[in-house]
Ligand binder design. Structure first.
Ligand SMILES: Cc1cc2nc3c(=O)[nH]c(=O)nc-3n(C[C@H](O)[C@H](O)[C@H](O)COP(=O)(O)OP(=O)(O)OC[C@H]3O[C@@H](n4cnc5c(N)ncnc54)[C@H](O)[C@@H]3O)c2cc1C
Length: 495
């Protein structure tokens, strides 16, 4: 008999397992993937965390503990206070995020970062992707400024190392298939399918942390809509909605934005699921430095509407609505040197030419239409103090859609184009949890012994998402769920 069985071995699950162990529980972690495919979506991430903090001095106390004084002197890290985090989350979700969950995430974020560091997860500033060098200093922007050393893979390795040190058991290649309740509706076991077929594992509590349904084309079409079976999946092939389905089967209430998901501009030649070597480098997120057009050569979003961290998810969906789900990002030599690292991988779908018409030919776009779009865009660009690190207000006038910041004319050849489509990251709809992380049923009661964390919890993200919140939510709610599950199991020792 286990006290707590944790389903999944991504970031949320491993945080839950460690917290349950800290709470004195005997813990088992079940992972459907083999060890070679370990780490879930968390493995594919950049490892970037968004959390509330008071700036560099605060963060250096117990999160960024490895920086030298010289390094600190070259970093300008603005505070990211709790109200700003809240306002950002509410702004991008149009105030649909569950208020109470939002504050639980935000107020749990800073202590949880220290807790992770205490469990030997190391962090560094995101120099490459979230800062621009201005006057010899790295000026960070956008709120996602700290990453795990080694990115998502490093995060998963560090958490697994810790789980191993603590003696927590993990069974790979063993997927949970069904929750088993007693006649009081309490969880009493979980059915699994492992190397030897089906078996039931007795347990007092279960923490579901096995991801959303992004890797399940049937569920994607059912909930996200027409065409979503055709997108690429950025991460693991194993997040097929199993935890959500198991909970709904025993009466859990669906919660959150079931028709919404996180998706991004993703290289059109990327494979159907995440590649464990290329990781998240198929994404193409420097569009604020240029323009985006569809295969008719027409712009379709305001590329400079806001910081990339607040627009990239919505634009992933916007690409889905374009003909053949295709988008081309175009830059000239004024900005091409500032493109993020992900543009320099060898697997990139790219063309370069000395005129816009020649670029269009190379990319199979209609040359006259693209040239007209660029001419119109250039003529609409207003003069101003260009600064890619702030919302600089350098904008277009008189065109639809506008470009509200960073609008520089495309006039310095050679021009470079990158071809993208939509890659789905994770789904927003899921289960409802209460303040002690218990899964709620359709009558508004807790399902005794059932807890949840990570992607499969609904209520936080609606239509859009502030970058770096997925890992943070997984850690905060995983830690809480593990702790509460351990406490529940301790109170049900006789059961
Ligand atoms: C390419 C990419 C880049 C990203 N970058 C960032 C970033 O920088 N910052 C950020 O905050 N977020 C990022 N995200 C989002 C982030 O990955 C997720 O929000 C977060 O990792 C989800 O964690 P999780 O533990 O809920 O799920 P996962 O890490 O996906 O873990 C779920 C686990 O459950 C397992 N599983 C599934 N079904 C079963 C079953 N039936 N039984 C047992 N196990 C099962 C899966 O195999 C998987 O290992 C990114 C995602 C991707 C794909």
């Amino acid at each position: 008999m286990y006290d707590v069985v944790v389903v999944g071995a991504g970031n949320a699950a491993l945080c839950a397992a460690i917290a349950a162990h800290e709470g004195g529980a005997r813990v088992l972690v079940l992972e459907k993937a083999t060890e070679e495919e370990k780490g879930g979506n968390s493995y594919f991430t950049a490892g970037g965390f968004r959390f509330a903090h008071d700036g560099l001095d605060d963060v250096c106390q117990d999160v960024l503990t490895d920086l030298s004084d010289q390094e600190k002197a070259r970093i300008d890290l603005p505070a990211h206070d709790r109200q700003y985090f809240y306002d950002t989350l509410m702004k991008v979700t149009h105030h649909q995020a569950d208020e109470e969950m939002a504050w639980r995430l935000i107020d749990g974020s800073r202590p949880t970062m220290g807790w992770l560091r205490g469990h030997n997860v190391r962090f560094i500033p995101m120099f490459g992707r979230q800062s621009y060098e201005v006057d010899g200093k790295h000026r960070f922007y956008g709120g996602v400024n700290i990453e795990a050393v080694g990115g998502g893979a490093g995060l998963v390795e560090a958490l697994l190392r810790r789980v191993g040190e603590l003696g927590i058991e993990i069974r790979y290649g063993t997927g949970a298939t069904r929750l088993v309740q007693d006649d009081q509706c309490r969880i009493e076991a979980i059915e699994v399918r492992g190397p030897n077929g089906y078996e039931q594992v007795a347990t007092r509590a279960v923490v579901l942390a096995c991801g959303g349904f992004e890797a399940n084309p049937e569920m994607r079409v059912r909930y996200l809509g027409h065409g979503w079976d055709l997108c690429r999946v950025r991460g693991t092939r194993h997040n097929t909605g199993d935890g959500i389905r198991m909970a709904l089967d025993i009466g859990a209430v669906p919660f959150g934005n079931w028709s919404g998901c996180h998706s991004v501009g993703w290289d059109i030649s990327a494979p159907p699921f995440g590649d464990r070597t290329v990781l998240d480098n198929f994404q193409k997120h420097s569009y604020p430095l240029g323009i985006m057009v569809n295969i008719e050569g027409k712009r379709f979003v305001d590329e400079g509407e806001d910081y990339r961290n607040l627009t990239y998810v919505r634009f992933g969906r916007a690409i889905m609505g374009q003909p053949r789900r295709t988008c081309v990002q175009i830059f000239d030599q004024k900005t091409v040197g500032m493109l993020r690292d992900e543009y320099r991988i060898k697997q990139v779908t790219r063309a370069e030419a000395s005129t816009i018409e020649a670029l269009a030919e190379a990319l199979d776009l209609p040359p006259a239409a693209l040239a007209a779009t660029v001419r119109e865009f250039n003529a609409a660009c207003q003069p101003g103090d260009y600064n890619p690190a702030i919302l600089d207000g350098v904008r277009t006038e008189g065109i639809v859609p506008p470009k509200s910041n960073w609008a520089l004319p495309l006039d310095t050849p050679p021009y470079v184009g990158y071809v993208t489509t939509t890659g789905i990251t994770f789904t927003f709809g899921g289960l409802r949890i209460n303040e002690t992380s218990e899964v709620q049923d359709v009558t508004g009661r807790s399902i005794p012994g059932l807890y949840a964390a990570g992607e499969l919890v609904g209520g936080l993200f609606y239509e859009n998402y502030p970058g770096g919140s997925g890992l943070m939510a997984g850690s905060v709610f995983g830690k809480l769920a593990g702790g509460f599950a351990a406490r529940y199991a301790a109170g049900n020792q006789a059961a």
